[in-house]
Structure formats: C-alpha cells, structure tokens
Design a protein around this ligand. Structure first.
Ligand code: WQD
Length: 341
C-alpha cells in the first residue's frame, strides 16, 4: 500500500525532529521544512543517523512565503501536516508582538490555504498549555476555559486554534487536531538530538544542564513564596519522546479516519505535577552532580501551577506518557555532555 506522507513544518526544531523520528519509525514518509531561524541542522542530522535514512527531503523556507508554501504543496503529495513552525519565546513576544503575530499567524494561514487547495485534509497543530493561562482549577481538562493570554506568544496559540477551528467548520475540506503540550523536556536517548536553545535558555531544564556543565554560573529559581507545597511553581513536565509518540497517534487518528469530530483538542501531559525544586533534586540524583542554584525573585508571567488531566488523550489517542522525570533529565544531561565534547 502507498505510504502516507506527512509534512513537518518547523521539523528541524527540538519537538519537530523528535516527532519526525517517531513518524519514520511508524512507517510514514516525510517532507521536512524549517527556516532555521531558531535552530541549526544538528537535530536534522541526528534524525538521519537515528533512522538510517538520508533520503528525507528538507526545505529551508518560511511558511510566511505564500509562493514557497504553494510550491511545496504542488510538488509533494501531502496526506497530513504537522505545523510546528512558529516563534515561541514568551519574553521576546512581549518585546516584539508584531514579529510574533505576523510570523505565527501568517505561516498557519498559508499552510491552511495551500493544504485546502491541494486536497490535504489533515492538519495537526502544535498548541500549548499556555492557552489556559492561570487555571482556576487543576488539573486542566480540554474543557477548562482558556484565560486571556499572558503574552503575545500565548495569544498566537489561542488565535491559531480559533483559525483552525473556524476553517474546519467553514470549509468542510479540512479537519484538525490541536495538541496542547505541557512542558516538553529531555532529549533523544541516543543523545543525537535534543534541545538547542539559542543564547541564554529561557526554559528550566536547559538552564539546569548548562549550569551543571559549567556554561552558566548559577541557576536562579524564580520565586519560593508561591502557594504550593515547596513554594516553587508546579508544572507538568513531559518527556520529548513521549510527546513525539502522541503526534504519531494523532496523525494516525486523522489519516485512518478515526476522528469523532472534524476538530479535536487533546492535552498532552503526564498528569503528574512537579515543582522546580523537584526537578533540581531529581537532576542531582540522576547526574550525580551538585547543582549551583539560588532562590531569586518571581519571574513576570509565570503561572503558579498548571498540570494536565490527560485522560482524553489516553483514551482517544491510545497514548500515555511512560517516561519519568528522571529518565528525561538523564537524557537531557547526556545530550548536554555530548554537546560539550
Ligand atoms: C518552568 C518553571 C519557571 C527557568 C514555557 C512556555 C510554554 C512552553 C514551555 C512553548 C517556571 C522556572 C525557569 C529558570 C526557573 N513553551 N524557571 N529558573 O514558563 O512553564 O512554559 O515553556 O510552548 O508555552 O510558557 O517553562 O521552563 O520557562 O519554566 O526557576 O532559569 O521553571 O519560573 O516555574 P514555562 P519554563
């Protein structure tokens, strides 16, 4: 039977490259495209080594370019799109809102327009728990009301979900799934792919590993006076490979016509909250390294606590996170040590 082809936009990035490995392992063909604005080809090279495939088409392009997007769809028979291509730095989005609204919304609209024109019905959108803002109740389900976004980045995720939802409803020739990720952490067990933050990392885990390897002086724990058991924020840290496997389940659900509605949303998390100090302690345990850290003032925009109720994804996608925080931190540490060689 003819293999199905998945277009992975932003596919050279941290999440896109790990998803690409799992898609190939699941028997899909790929077209990978990335503008390399926030990563280099390290993870794409890792993807080729891990899968043993050096025939994966790669296109360096931005989906803000309507003509380039149209050309890609006209030259490839695409059965499903996973749309990762977006800017994603919360802080930067506050300083550069037009850059974020322009890039993140224009690229999605171009992808949807070309997909419709070329008979590609299946759109998987990379959304984020950030759409929930500061939830009144935790764990959050897909029915938990979205709060007003706390950053232009988060607003682009909310607006993008609405664009997909309204397009599915209006046109009838596309259907969509939005996956709301919680906090992706870790790296590929082979240490051939991982997180490659540019400059000073915003996110916790790359800052931890860069501190441990000596690239950063000291980890600042932003706030220890939150109304949580140990005073630090609670999050739902999900292993990057578990997250990647959820995408394969969602693509399969679309391509195999198993959807129960033309637009579906799933929380992709572990359902297990962990604090910043839980991660610091777990890292020291798995790495054997003593981490240099200190408490620092709260960071603007941080929500106190959020974690997923993943039961809908568990049931409908037949997917469940299996890796522990320790597994993820060890993989992230091995990746950091590999980068330092
Ligand atoms: C986690 C916790 C920080 C760094 C963001 C985006 C979200 C998604 C994931 C894109 C918080 C604390 C962090 C540090 C710290 N990204 N921290 N010291 O903010 O939960 O989510 O990344 O989709 O949309 O909002 O992740 O890793 O930045 O922070 O104490 O040096 O770690 O205060 O409590 P966050 P994070």
């Amino acid at each position: 039977m003819q293999k199905k082809t998945v277009l992975v936009t932003g596919g050279a990035g941290f999440i896109g490259s790990h998803v690409s490995v799992e898609l190939i392992n699941a028997g899909y063909d790929l077209v990978v495209a990335d503008d390399l604005s926030n990563c280099d080809m390290t993870n794409f090279e890792g993807l080729k080594q891990i899968t043993g495939r050096d025939d994966i088409p790669f296109h360096q392009m931005t989906f803000c370019d309507e003509a380039a997007t149209e050309k890609l769809f006209s030259e490839n028979k695409i059965d499903a799109v996973i749309h990762f291509a977006a800017f994603k730095a919360v802080g930067e989005s506050c300083a550069e809102p037009l850059k974020y609204y322009g890039n993140n919304l224009k690229s999605l609209i171009n992808v949807l327009e070309s997909a419709r024109r070329h008979g590609c019905r299946n759109i998987l959108f990379s959304s984020s728990c950030t759409v929930y803002g500061e939830p009144e109740k935790t764990p959050v389900t897909e029915q938990t009301p979205r709060q007003p976004a706390t950053s232009p980045y988060g607003n682009t995720k909310q607006i993008s979900e609405d664009i997909l939802r309204d397009s599915v409803k209006a046109y009838g020739n596309i259907r969509g799934i939005a996956l709301r990720y919680f906090n992706p952490i870790g790296a590929h067990p082979t240490a051939l792919m991982g997180e490659l933050p540019r400059g000073v990392p915003n996110n916790l885990v790359p800052y931890i590993t860069q501190t441990a390897i000596g690239k950063r002086e000291c980890l600042s724990v932003f706030g220890n006076d939150y109304p949580t058991p140990d005073g630090t924020n609670l999050r739902d840290y999900i292993d990057i490979v578990d997250l990647a496997k959820a995408h394969v389940c969602a693509v399969r659900r679309m391509i195999d016509d198993k959807m129960e509605a033309d637009y579906e949303i799933f929380n992709v998390g572990t359902g297990k909250p962990a604090s910043v100090l839980d991660l610091v302690n777990a890292f020291e345990k798995v790495s054997g390294e003593k981490l240099n850290w200190k408490f620092a003032p709260r960071r603007a925009g941080d929500v106190i606590a959020i974690w997923a109720d993943p039961s809908l994804a568990n049931e409908k996608l037949g997917w469940k996170a299996g890796r522990t925080i320790e597994d993820s931190l060890l993989a992230a540490w091995n990746w950091e040590k590999k980068l330092a060689r």
